[in-house]
Design a protein around this ligand. Structure first.
Ligand code: GLN
Length: 309
């Protein structure tokens, strides 16, 4: 089934949900953040947002979940919009080939993280956004509410506290980078901002809509421009090569779209010029990506022919 622009996405979403329903292995919810461990791995939702804001959905597509690292797309865009290319002196844009929370490359590479989507790189981006705005997490929340049109998108204090209580690895990353002079703010302040950022609760519909500026080549829902066309291309490219960590090659192979995952089980993906997707299912594989989420996106691009390749 190849989609043409006049077709609704609804039948394809329903077919995917039906197929996923009969898929046995669903992975395991993240348990290193205890507040996320109780989610049911059989939960599943998926939404597609068209450029005009029309949203199609299936399953639990209106159910809020913990966005986690999906938020790293938005902080990257918000910071890039403010500081431009100077950001790339502080964080790279190469795949790391290592897990999202790895420390190993940082010492060899003098405290400059490989890319903005591994935890070390996201901490640098949040730190820089904090310096520029005075409230990185608040700036992010306002953006997500504006783009989704949903004022109920919010921080989850329980998840943020749970992650803070088990945040030794992120604290180690932040302190280590600070020792190289690559963090501006006090580490405890940065970690508070970062954990609140990751805790944001939003639904598939909210996150598909919030990602749509990347399908609109940098233009926000209200018609204003956040990123230049070239910057939107750059963010999409970094999502394709780094958005699912050490599984980015496999994700590109299976899905063929820029995508960004989070350990809450969400994944956003972009079909430039056409639509955005968000899928959620809390069971993760051993790289921290949603098992049913990747499978559903794989089916979407296979059934519709909508990929960047
Ligand atoms: N908040 C999580 C962490 O820092 C985000 C990781 C993720 O979603 N991959 O570990």
């Amino acid at each position: 089934m190849i989609m043409t622009s006049s077709l609704s996405f609804q039948p394809v979403l329903e077919r995917i949900a039906e197929e996923i329903e009969h898929t046995p292995g669903r992975g395991r919810p993240a348990d290193y953040i205890p507040a996320l461990a109780a989610r049911d791995p059989r939960s599943f939702g998926m939404a597609v947002a068209e450029l005009d804001g029309t949203v199609y959905g299936v399953g639990e597509w209106r159910e809020p979940f913990s966005a986690q690292s999906v938020t790293k797309v938005f902080t990257l865009a918000l910071d890039l919009a403010r500081e431009g290319d100077e950001l790339w002196e502080h964080v790279g844009r190469e795949p790391s080939g290592n897990p999202f929370n790895s420390l190993v490359q940082l010492e060899y590479e003098s405290g400059i993280p490989r890319n903005p989507f591994i935890n070390a790189g996201a901490l640098v981006v949040t730190d820089r956004l904090q310096t520029r705005t005075g409230d990185a997490a608040g700036t992010l929340l306002e953006f997500l509410r504006d783009e989704s049109g949903n004022p109920e998108v919010d921080f989850d204090a329980e998840v943020a506290a749970s992650e803070a209580a088990h945040g030794d690895r992120n604290a180690a990353l932040a302190h280590f980078m600070a020792s190289y002079g690559n963090i501006d703010n006090a580490v405890p302040l940065l970690l508070d901002q970062y954990f609140r950022q990751c805790s944001i609760r939003a639904s598939c519909a909210d996150l598909a809509l919030a990602t749509a500026f990347l399908a609109r080549h940098g233009v926000r829902a209200d018609g204003s421009r956040l990123l230049s066309r070239s910057q939107a291309k750059q963010v999409n490219a970094v999502m394709l090569t780094c958005g699912t960590y050490d599984a980015a090659g496999d994700f590109a192979y299976r899905v063929g779209l820029p995508g960004k995952s989070g350990v809450g089980g969400g994944i956003v993906a972009v079909v430039p010029g056409r639509c955005t997707l968000c899928v959620w299912s809390p069971g993760l594989d051993d790289r921290g990506n949603s098992v049913a989420g990747v499978a559903a996106l794989d089916r979407f691009t296979t059934l519709t022919g909508l990929s960047v390749f």
